[in-house]
Design a protein. Sequence first.
Length: 878
Amino acid sequence: MFGGKGAGLAEMTRLGLPVPPGFTITTEVCNMYYSNGKRLPRKLMSEVKKNIVKMEKKTGKKFGSTQDPLLVSVRSGAAISMPGMMDTILNLGLNSQTVIGLAKKSSNPRFAWDSYRRFLQLFGKVVFGINDKKFDQVLDRAKHAQNVQMDSDLNEESLKNIVSEYKTICENHLGKPFPEDPYKQLELAIEAVFRSWMGERAVVYREKYKITRDIANGTAVNVVTMVFGNMGNDSATGVVFTRNPGDGTRKIFGEYLVNAQGEDVVAGIRTPQPIDNLAKELPKTYVRLMKTCEKLEKHYKEPQDIEFTVEQGKFYLLQTRSAKMNAIGMIKTSVDMVKEKLISKERAILRLQLEQLDQLLHKTIDGEAVKNYPSIVKGIAASPGAATGIVVFDVKKAVQMGEDGVKVILVREETKPEDVPAFFVSMGILTSRGGKTSHAAVVARGMGKPCIVGCSDMKIDYIAKKFQVDGKTFFEGEVITIDGSDGNVFLGEVPTIEPKITDDFRTILRWAEKTKRLGIRANADTPETAGLAREYGAKGIGLCRTERMFNARDRLGLFVDMIMARTVEERKAVLEKLMVLQKSDFKEILKVMEGYHVTIRLLDPPLHEFLPNIEELINKIHLFEKQNSQDEIAATKKFLDRARELAEINPMMGHRGVRVGITFPEIYEMQIRAICEAVADLTKNKVDAHAQIMIPQVGNVTELNHVKKIYEKIKSSTESKFGIKLKINFGTMLEVVRACLTADEIAKVTEFFSFGTNDLTQAVFSFSREDAEGKFLPEYLEKEILVENPFQSLDVNGVGSLMQIAIEKGKSVKPNLEIGICGEHGGDPNSIKFCHNAGLNYVSASSHRIPIAIIAAAQAALIKKSTKSKTKKPKKKR
Ligand code: ADP
Ligand code: MG
Ligand code: MG
């Protein structure tokens, strides 16, 4: 209700920290504003007045006074912080009379006029929607005229001129005088904050970060007494993190500017000072700041992101919130805070934002290979990771190209909130101005995008679409690689290396391992990915797709031969060759996963998927006809005939999976034999191999029975041939609705179930993934017909219910039946939560998601535990 900012201010006040007096208009009022046809509730302004009077009493100043005017800031703040997404108005209450009062009272006319011009610009921009550029141009001209570089060097005279020009800009835009009455200004400002909630930037941000109404519903408005960091050289404003958000180091990190106000630090207008310099420049403030950081961390048990202002030596806090950090920072602070006894291990696990951990599993520059690439320029490393792409200067163009799948690096002098859409689609961001807390840096870090800022040697020319460094010119479209970990920009595509898990990450994984109940397996089709998965902590393979092996270059030819075979004998001859290859593949994978279950799915896709597509074949024939190459024509026609024969209207529900296995039994026979012999060979060599044969697309127990007979025959013949018992289980995927509904029958003949939630989701929704995602799903999400893409996050109500039916039926027959999930959902944190609660034995996720799955499983267990204990407590009391 108070929004994050309001709650933080209230809490800091309660802790006795120096917060300027103020009040908060709740998010409820914002909702009333919207349900009221975008009108402020009638009583609001009289309430506001009462609160202003309270502030007047506390500060001894008066709103609108020409002697000692009270000025306020009007700030937005939703439940979830959306940094830079909505605008703040500073110095509200100034007009042509009060500015004179402020000048007199402060004996500092320069400061008063500086505050006034800031007010006019922000008010003009936020309330009237006037383009920032118009104001910036005036400011630049004034600096030029006075021959100074920095806004803090502008004198009273220049500032007065700026104010008068700013007013003209506003009045030309409005067609009427600028509002002088402070209460009118306040009313307009409050309304503007409410409006900004539905502004494009805010809406896009919420969409991208999946901030739904249950998470944040409307913005609050905070009205806060102004304190002035622009009152001279004993005044300053700054932003600090209580720990380094880039790597988690326990040392305050941030920047400040002397004689500045508001967003100057973030905007990159002047280059801010590193916070350490404050120890020399304003030593008392520095000590105060350090103590405050410690106090806030102790209280919130989370590293904080703080805004402070010093007014003539007096220290004020303007904001605190939990610091957004990159993944390395999150992990390190989790481990450190446990060591410092600030938080428990449980909290250390729960506070991790899983999607963010993906960053750690991102690539970095190859330190050896990079020596062969010229570094063009170096800037400030602002967000780690390596990214390659073509240089694009224009934000719209970057968005367009990025959405078309082109890898772009957005290159700008600085960025503003309206540029954020380009961040989402760019591989990385490079700016020539700004520091580590500049807009570009903060946003990129939040998104885990590699970013370099403050690359001041780079001179950008937007018009000519080029940048220059040391007289060398680089044009838009050139390929560069940026290293967000050390700030280097390279020409060309520098090779990168895959990430490694740090010691801190391992520590967290160890804790998570002990906490979780769910097993974690990998979706892996090759020995390499299986190896990676095992290293990342996977205990087994939940899905090994055999067709991926046929797609490898040396196999595809054989597989196509198999499909083209006209007789069973012909087909068996080819399959014999394939069997040798499959067996060796299986052996390698089983060996890598020694000691754990490896679930191998028999052939699933329809056969035509392995043939060239029909159109392509027709084109080829035309071409050969032109060249008159008869042999080629005949050969291609054969392919065309077969492709037409096998073509399907709806392949998703067509001749695939067990249906192929039954109609072309020699294929499954070959695969089963390859598995049996692989296990046999390994077992003979004392390798603890344990395979699970999984049949896809089963809808009816009779299908399974049919295949099972074949399996049993091959297994027992292999066992007697090798004279050993094979550790192999037989089971099925559950991905057909009918199979779920008859899971009790199916359980009788299987040793395990594995939910194939991709197909199951398609079946439950009755739409195909490709068509959905390609055509209507984006609009469904935009219009909130669906809140999430059900192919990414399990549809708990629909697909989940069906799963629960199947689980119940399956377990009614075999209480200890092994049940897992192997769809893409196996790596999605929310879906993992569902799987934990539904009592599944394991989830299977793609190799690079394994660490995330492990932590998600631990979080699921902890959340379940805490809700259980919460619901138990009241019972005890009774
Ligand atoms: P954001 O949500 O973008 O961080 P804020 O509401 O925190 O916006 O305001 C932006 C900047 O304005 C902050 O950096 C803060 O320093 C400054 N500011 C806000 N309120 C005041 C105030 N009452 N006195 C002085 N500076 C303020
Ligand atoms: Mg802001
Ligand atoms: Mg702020």
